[in-house]
Design a protein around this ligand. Structure first.
Ligand SMILES: Cc1cc2nc3c(=O)[nH]c(=O)nc-3n(C[C@H](O)[C@H](O)[C@H](O)COP(=O)(O)O)c2cc1C
Length: 358
């Protein structure tokens, strides 16, 4: 209530990227206070808990990649009710990203368009932050994923070494890893989703991952792939990665009303919801439900999250829904999800996964 009536209007009067930066600065500054706030394990309906690749998740609602790219406000996320967090995208080389302005609000569509282009202090710096956070308190209370992407100046022919550099730096600080091959904002990255390219990249990453002490490796895909392309990805991933994140932002622009609808970049939020769910459903079928899918794209409410879970997602993540809905959003979704599971007679979240895709 307070968020929508007071805080959001103030933030939305500011430039979008500056307000994002301010939010992270404030959340980081409040760091010591957060540690007194009980995490979701203390309040969440136990039927919302999930175990994925052997990792216990107190709730299935996480913070999507790109919100806390450099692990600036780590302690805020469990306190705000997130069941897990995905830090990054982290690139091997420090890089500033694209020229500003590069983030736009589309309020009439409850959407965002961004072309940040992987602004990142680099894998070395993010690893140092994660190490420092760990020194302060031995155990981070929720699972922490780190998302890695390709540096802008590195061509795809040298992408493998670039991803390996980041993997080497962040691996020990992560509970799971996400390989981002689906950002529309770094030229060439999306072609790494082609079967031969993704297979070669994952072979190298899987080998290094095993050498470092194997952790779950997820691949984040675009919502703009057709059935044949998804088939290629599903086949290439078998035996090479442990799961999928579906989806990243879309380059499509259907039926938008807001002023900034024609800005180049990736579109997220409400208009992405159905496209992401379609991708989740297709991937669930293609992998015969054997690989966990983190569903992301247009989740604003418990109903949205439930739809993704029934389509085949084991966990969900939010970004744009958090921007529009504010700090109460993760808890609101989890509380509602518990009620929906109970209503439909599911005793565990796992029973609902893929219920609408079988
Ligand atoms: C401003 C912004 C920055 C993002 N940065 C990243 C990123 O660095 N890495 C990534 O994998 N996804 C990134 N994403 C995509 C989100 O993780 C998510 O896949 C997408 O926004 C769809 O979810 P949503 O509709 O809940 O926002 C970004 C999204 C936004 C809006």
């Amino acid at each position: 209530m307070i968020y929508r009536a007071l805080i959001r209007p103030a933030l939305f009067r500011m430039d979008p990227e500056r307000s994002h930066d301010l939010v992270l600065t404030v959340l980081d500054a409040a760091g010591p206070l957060w540690r007194g706030v009980p995490g979701p394990a203390a309040w969440a309906d136990p039927r919302c808990a999930a175990t994925v690749c052997g990792i216990p998740f107190p709730t299935p609602v996480g913070l999507a990649g790109g919100f806390d790219k450099a692990a600036r406000a780590l302690w805020a996320w469990p306190a705000l009710g997130f069941g897990f967090v995905e830090v990054g995208t982290v690139t091997a080389l420090p890089q500033p990203g694209n020229p500003r302005p590069r983030l736009f609000r589309l309020p009439e569509d409850q959407a965002l368009i961004n072309r940040l282009g992987f602004n990142s202090p680099g894998a070395e710096a993010v690893a140092a932050r994660l190490a420092a956070a760990r020194r302060r308190q031995a155990r981070y209370p929720i699972p922490l994923g780190v998302n890695i992407g390709r540096s802008r100046t590195v061509p795809n022919e040298r992408a493998v070494a670039d991803y390996l550099f980041s993997l080497d730096r962040v691996h020990r600080h992560a509970d799971f890893l996400v390989v981002n091959v689906s950002s529309p904002n770094t030229p060439g990255v999306r072609s790494l989703q082609e079967p031969a390219a993704i297979a070669a990249l994952l072979d190298a990453l899987a080998r290094r991952n095993r050498a470092l002490g194997e952790k779950p490796l997820f691949v984040k895909v675009a919502p703009d792939l057709d059935e044949r392309e998804l088939e290629g990805i599903a086949a290439a991933i078998e035996g090479r990665a442990h799961g999928l994140v579906a989806t990243n932002t879309t380059v499509r622009r259907d039926g938008l009303r807001s002023r900034d609808r024609d800005e180049p970049g990736g579109l997220s939020g409400r208009p992405l919801g159905a496209l992401a769910t379609r991708t989740i459903r297709a991937l669930f079928r293609l992998t015969r439900g054997r690989l966990p899918i983190i569903g992301v794209g247009g989740v604003f409410t418990a109903e949205d999250a439930y739809e993704k879970i029934k389509a085949g997602a084991t966990l969900v993540e939010i970004y744009t829904g958090f921007v529009y809905g504010g700090p109460a959003t993760p808890r609101r979704i989890v509380d509602g999800l518990g009620r929906l599971l109970r209503r439909d007679g599911f005793e565990t979240l796992a029973q609902a996964v893929g219920a609408a895709s079988r």
